[in-house]
Unconditional design. Structure first.
Ligand SMILES: C[S@@+](CC[C@H](N)C(=O)[O-])C[C@H]1O[C@@H](n2cnc3c(N)ncnc32)[C@H](O)[C@@H]1O
Length: 203
């Protein structure tokens, strides 16, 4: 199964996937390096995921995308810019909906787009699970609560690459961790897609 993992971060959603051939796209070279160390078997490209999706989507069987979430977040301070005149709002980043619409209309495989719970009513109804929104073209049963807290499941990743992680010089390091998808949920969603594909084959 050829999987495209867009906006890969350090691989929360990907951590427990097995028997898949993964291409990961991450723009930040330092984050991409950590991802590559965690998952040496994956192909990692340091490039713009939005552009990559448009040009390569047809080469994959399953696509996971986690587009940038700050401008959709309910955390108010992420949705405005401070100016001398006061606070000015930011536009929500519509790459999120561009990707959902592209995948829905053009991609023949299974796909999952993940984001935060937005401060506005979502333009396309998502499934809510473990404090994230998910848009998929297959059914999966959502989990209501985090099965494990992100920090717990991150610990082993931090331990393995503690030095690497400490060296990471990006302004909002904590945010990478907070944005990670629970790995068990990432596995659950991929498994549900595989199950749907198998039941289609036996129809
Ligand atoms: C929400 S995090 C991904 C979390 C990931 N799904 C996980 O579970 O760990 C989003 C990532 O997208 C990266 N990113 C932001 N803009 C990007 C772009 N245009 N192309 C590729 N990666 C980008 C950020 O550096 C960040 O690591």
């Amino acid at each position: 199964m050829k999987v495209l993992n867009l906006y890969a971060g350090i691989g929360g959603n990907r951590k427990l996937w097995t028997d898949v051939d993964v291409t990961a796209i991450e723009l930040n070279p330092q984050i991409a390096k950590i991802y590559q160390d965690f998952f040496p078997q994956d192909r990692v490209f340091i490039t713009d995921a939005h552009k990559y999706l448009l040009e390569h989507f047809s080469e994959f069987d399953f696509i996971w995308s986690s587009p940038p979430c700050p401008t959709h977040s309910r955390m108010n301070n992420l949705n405005y810019i401070k100016t001398e005149q006061g606070q000015k709002p930011k536009y929500p980043d519509m790459r999120l909906y561009e990707e959902i619409i592209l995948l829905k209309h053009w991609f023949e495989g299974d796909w999952c787009v993940e984001n935060v719970i937005s401060y506005y009513k979502p333009l396309i109804p998502p499934i809510e699970s473990c404090s994230h929104y998910f848009w998929t073209n297959f059914h999966f049963s959502p989990w209501k609560k985090q099965k494990r807290y992100i920090r717990e499941h991150l610990c082993d990743m931090e331990d393995i690459l503690a030095e690497e992680y400490k060296k990471l010089k990006i302004p909002n390091k904590e945010q990478i961790i907070n944005n990670m998808v629970n790995s068990e949920l990432g596995l659950h969603i991929l498994n549900e897609s595989k199950r749907n594909i198998q039941s289609e084959l036996f129809k």
